[in-house]
Design a protein around this ligand. Structure first.
Ligand code: C2E
Ligand code: MG
Ligand code: MG
Length: 743
């Protein structure tokens, strides 16, 4: 709004004016002057000069009658606003005629402030007296409007400043303080607060200068330390009644409120808009900061479990090693048989399991420890400043037992175990990656030694882990280079030592390492997934061999063929078609084929796997449980599976006649098998005493070095001509099969 005195005003035309506008009569002129809502005056020069005339407008502008005003020479001086007196009086003294207009504040009789424009000219009359002829106009409205505009501009600048600081990346807490101090100083308040919406609709003070608090005697102000963090102080919703609040909206619903205490009169819409603009700027900054935090968090955390990822782990590990303060321990944890969960229950179940494992690990550790997910089913726990290195095993036990209780997956209850490898940084160790590699090597050892346990790294493990890696590389080529072959171990009826079947056992003729047994490569094949092609080859080769034997002896009872299968093969949905294909390809009867399964864990697997096994069993193929007694198999599992027999692990057979407890277990196993009406095979019979003992127990079938070691196919073929073993001649010992087949 331009002020009127800013307009260029042409100088007042002089000369002929008197003739063209005859002066009205005295009365008319007085009426004109006295109607004006302005103060027209004539007074002596000087701050407290004598008044000669004051128009009744003095009532409109300042609340005095002309008589009251003129009664005292100092009325004007008294009513000039104290803050403007010095300037206005000083100017009055120096003034030379004609005076320029001046704008200043005066006090109305009722105490309110009135802005006036005082325009006067010093006129010398005929008698030589110098008098002020002037007019005082009330310009309060214009001034207020101008001030209002100015305030708006200042407020806009304040919002812009806040926005700028937000862009510059100030901390949210600093921005909140800036917003509060802008709001309170701009609106002339001594307090204000930013409250964050907490859980259950509680409001938490984030920052504020003064808080009002109701107490027994009424209201009193309580000073809250600036910068107080959320949660430091609750704010009752009734507290909001003592003021006004403006929402700070967040990305996901309301973030909080900007609160100001009650003013004498409620804030007008423009001021309220100003506070809301501050609140909106805060909201933008908070939202942007939250988005940035999200991005940072995503870059450093695993989305599935919310745990730190490999990047963050390596960073923390590097810092821990660089600090060199005390022991740094890395525990690498790999979920046993996790691939089975993924393959049999689906990836959703695998994800579900992982996300339930994460909080158990977190709860098992101290708050300062880092629990990270490396990827897949691998987790790492980083522990710093462990006072006693012996504490490592306690921690490992704690982690193992944290996983003991079953996990509740959508597909049903699931038991999971983990193998742990532990690496402890020595004084010179500074490479995070090598520490993790060491823990990984130790973890593999733990897997190799039976899973569900932990091992602490030593140097020999590193050598073995390098070897394992080369085994895996070589194994990939083993199949195409035809380096694998099968040997066959006879299984006989213990009654008359007649040959019943042969177990196919895989061997690897390695080009440089020589003959390699399955214990050295089956676990690597299982971990790498190579077991699927290898197992498929074994099944076909064994069935083909059995078919050759059957063709050579068409008149005798066909010899059975036993094939070992890993859990990974069994959980495949296409197991049935694989088996059907092998049977069709080789033409052997389904009843000639026995599949040996060892993974007791498989028995806890869900219906789908049981269904697959049941379908294959319905073809006429037999299933037996291998290495029985070493796993967690129980009677309940056995009853659910279409099992034709079980093979008592050779450790129990070896203990027969010695340790009475093992004998008792063996007795119980055989008794149980009889109760379930399944065939029992005693594995690993090495001595006549053991043979006698398993016969006494009532085992129907037997297998072992005493009877025959695994044999190359052609030696096995010779046995078929004479299908009852003759132990007295003891020819088998010289026919050990652990050599390459004669080409
Ligand atoms: P397994 O199925 O329990 O096979 C019996 C193992 O015991 C064979 O070891 C056999 O040579 C050994 N053995 C037989 N009689 C005696 C004895 O009197 N005393 C002793 N100490 N040992 C005896 P091998 O051939 O080294 O196989 C080890 C394991 O590797 C097998 O145990 C089986 O679980 C696995 N395996 C072998 N071939 C395959 C295969 O083709 N596929 C799969 N998935 N696993 C296989
Ligand atoms: Mg077996
Ligand atoms: Mg076995």
């Amino acid at each position: 709004m331009p002020s009127w005195d800013d307009r260029a005003r042409p100088p007042r035309p002089q000369a002929a004016a008197d003739q063209s506008r005859p002066l009205p009569g005295e009365l008319q002129a007085r009426a004109l002057v006295e109607q004006l809502p302005a103060i027209l005056y004539v007074a002596d020069a000087g701050v407290e000069g004598q008044w000669h005339y004051v128009s009744p407008g003095v009532w409109d502008v300042l609340g005095f009658t002309p008589e009251e005003w003129m009664a005292e020479p100092e009325s004007w001086a008294r009513q000039v606003h104290p803050d403007d007196r010095q300037r206005v009086f000083g100017r009055e003294v120096q003034l030379a005629a004609p005076a320029a207009p001046d704008e200043y504040r005066m006090c109305h009789r009722d105490g309110s402030t009135v802005w006036v424009r005082d325009e006067a000219a010093l006129v010398t009359d005929a008698a030589g007296n110098e008098r002020w002829h002037g007019v005082i106009l009330d310009i309060t409205d214009r001034r207020l409007a101008e001030a209002e505009l100015e305030r708006r501009a200042e407020q806009q600048a304040a919002v812009a400043r806040l926005g700028e600081r937000a862009l510059e990346g100030d901390e949210v807490s600093e921005l909140i303080h800036t917003a509060l101090s802008e709001a309170t100083s701009m609106l002339g308040m001594d307090s204000g607060a930013v409250l964050q919406c907490g859980d259950e609709e509680a409001l938490l003070l984030v920052a504020g200068s003064v808080l009002r608090e109701a107490d027994g005697e009424g209201e009193r102000d309580a000073t809250a330390a600036a910068g107080q963090r959320g949660g430091a102080r609750g704010f009752r919703s009734s507290d909001l009644d003592y003021g006004q609040s403006w929402p700070i909206e967040g990305l996901r619903g309301r973030w909080g409120l900007l609160w100001l205490p009650a003013a004498d009169c409620p804030l007008g819409p423009a001021d309220s808009d100003f506070v809301q603009a501050l609140a909106n700027t805060l909201a933008d900054a908070i939202a942007r900061r939250a988005a940035e935090d999200d991005i940072r968090h995503q870059a450093l955390h695993d989305p599935l479990t919310g745990l730190p990822n490999r990047v963050l782990l390596l960073d923390r590990l590097a810092h821990a090693l660089a600090r060199g303060s005390g022991d740094v321990v890395v525990v690498l944890l790999d979920i046993d048989n996790f691939k089975l969960v993924n393959d049999s229950l689906g990836h959703e179940a695998g994800d579900e399991l992982l996300s339930q494992i994460a909080p158990r690990l977190v709860n098992a550790m101290r708050p300062g420890d880092t629990i990270a997910r490396l990827g897949g089913d691998e987790f790492v726990v980083l522990i710093e400043g462990l006072a006693d290195p012996a504490g490592v095993s306690m921690i490992a036990e704690r982690i193992i037992s944290a996983l003991e209780l079953p996990f509740r997956l959508a597909a049903g209850e699931h038991y999971a175990k983990a193998s742990l490898g532990i690496a402890i940084a020595g004084p010179g160790d500074v490479a995070p990656a090598s520490l993790i590699r060491d823990a990984d090597a130790a973890m593999y050892e733990a897997k190799g030694r039976g899973r569900g346990r932990f091992e602490v790294f030593n140097r020999a493990m590193r050598t073995r882990s390098v070897e394992r890696l080369s085994v895996e590389n070589d194994l990939r080529r083993a199949l195409e280079h035809a380096e694998l072959f099968l040997v066959y171990q006879p299984i006989v009826s213990l009654g008359d030592l007649s040959l019943v079947s042969a177990e196919a056992l895989v061997r690897w003729q390695h080009p440089t390492r020589g003959l390699v047994g399955p214990s050295e490569f089956i676990s690597v094949a299982e971990e790498s997934g190579l077991i699927e092609p290898i197992g498929g080859w074994v099944l076909n080769a064994a069935c083909a061999q059995a078919s050759l034997w059957h063709d050579a002896h068409p008149d005798s009872r066909p010899i059975g063929i036993c094939v070992n299968m890993s859990a990974r093969q069994l959980i495949r949905a296409d197991l049935e078609s694989t088996v059907v294909h092998a049977l069709e390809l080789t033409g052997i009867e389904p009843s000639s084929l026995t599949i040996e399964i060892t993974e007791s864990l498989l028995l806890q697997e869900p219906q789908r796997v049981l269904d697959t096994i049941t379908r294959v069993a319905r073809l006429g193929v037999h299933f037996v449980l291998d290495d029985f007694g070493t796993g967690y198999s129980s009677l309940a599992y056995l009853a659910r599976l279409p099992i034709a027999g079980l093979k008592v692990d050779r450790s129990f057979v070896a203990a027969l006649g010695g340790d009475p407890r093992s004998s008792a277990i063996t007795t119980a196993i055989v008794g149980m098998a009889h109760a379930l009406a399944v065939e029992v095979t005693a594995e690993g019979i090495e001595t006549d005493e053991q043979l006698a003992a398993v016969r006494d127990l009532g085992c129907g079938l037997g297998q072992g070095f005493l009877l025959s070691p695994p044999l190359p196919a052609e030696q096995m073929a010779r046995l078929l001509d004479e299908p009852v073993l003759d132990l007295a001649t003891e020819p088998q010992g010289s026919q050990r099969a652990d050599a390459a087949p004669s080409a």
